[in-house]
Ligand binder design. Sequence first.
Ligand SMILES: Cc1cc2nc3c(=O)[nH]c(=O)nc-3n(C[C@H](O)[C@H](O)[C@H](O)COP(=O)(O)OP(=O)(O)OC[C@H]3O[C@@H](n4cnc5c(N)ncnc54)[C@H](O)[C@@H]3O)c2cc1C
Length: 396
Amino acid sequence: MDLNWSPEDIAFREEVRAFLDEKLPKDLSDKVKRRGELTKADMERWHAILNEKGWLAPGWPKKFGGAEWNAVQKHIFEEEAARAGAPRIVPFGLAMLAPVLQKFGSKEQQDYYLPRILNGDDWWCQGYSEPGAGSDLASLKTRAVREGDHYIVNGQKTWTTLGQHANMIFCLVRTDPDAKQQEGISFLLIDMNTPGIEVRPIILLDGVHEVNEVWFTDVKVPVENLVGEENKGWTYAKYLLTHERTGIAGVGFSQAGLESVKRIAKAEQAGGKPLIHNPHFAARLAKVEIDLMAMATSNMRIISQAAAGQAPGVESSMLKVKGTIIRQEINDLARRAVGPYAMPFPSESIEGDNDPIGPDYAGPQAAAYFNNRKLSIFGGSNEIQRGIIAKVKMGG
Ligand SMILES: Cc1cc2nc3c(=O)[nH]c(=O)nc-3n(C[C@H](O)[C@H](O)[C@H](O)COP(=O)(O)OP(=O)(O)OC[C@H]3O[C@@H](n4cnc5c(N)ncnc54)[C@H](O)[C@@H]3O)c2cc1C
């Protein structure tokens, strides 16, 4: 295993930096850095810029229009994009559904949907979770009954991220209520404009409309929108989740966050001295920096194994747990560093005509802290990941 960057990796990093310098719109990166709320148009703009360059789908095979980067290249891009303040690319179509269609979809589905994902014609959201089916996803109840050449879908999905922007949703539905839980599930592609679908907003702790409930009442879905075979959806769902967890360690985000905390702690005062010299604060900062360095090294080790063709196993659960703890600790340090100035939410402090309250870096910190509580819940909660790690490493 070689943890050093090769000359090709270094050249690739320079190419990525040059591209970001030239093509990442400044208003977008400014908004990302001050944690302003990205609009649908903002996200679509960056999507289109990457697509034009051919870098929108790093992991897709070239035959489907992807860049076919290896694990190291993907990591370098993610690190540089986070450093530059690029908007995160919405993963549901590109990084979750597309691998499923490429492996299990029909030729017609591949030919129709994959170019539309690249071109931004479709905005996908993920309809997995239900009120009674999160960690225990296989207990999902949304029902699809075959009637001629359609399924009739009834039920409710929840926590549907950015569903308010989506025109398509991929859903896990129960097609055989009598089979064992995992065996009666199918994977359906549903047009959000079909009559009977209602999207209701859920406002998160930071006051932002990021997730939704999606209700289905007698929704007619053509049978050609079934992916793979009926009642085999659990296999496809699990395949998709392995892609959902990729890159979840968020090393680049943590590095950018840590630099920002250091800048804030140098500017803020505590007891007449810069906060960064406060022993308690400095100790927490040092600990999280050491943890991040250790995780970045583990991440490189796993990436280097992946580049050599070894699929990550339980390591992705370890990265998910550690990576999210680090990101949440960085958010907490930033929030504490600005004290009461963290309290105003971005909509009140940094958007619109309001005068900023406190220094301009302070306004978004409470919102960031509250919003990132989600990191240890989605993509398989940290408790569930710990259970997986324990099972693999300790048996049982
Ligand atoms: C911001 C956000 C966005 C999301 N976006 C989407 C989306 O776009 N599409 C989608 O389908 N879903 C989405 N989710 C849902 C997410 O996948 C679920 O929240 C997650 O799987 C946990 O399920 P739950 O919320 O039902 O909690 P539960 O499963 O009810 O868990 C409650 C608590 O119990 C713990 N727990 C549960 N089972 C065990 C166990 N066996 N061992 C130990 N502890 C356990 C959990 O860790 C958690 O702390 C999103 C969630 C959030 C918060």
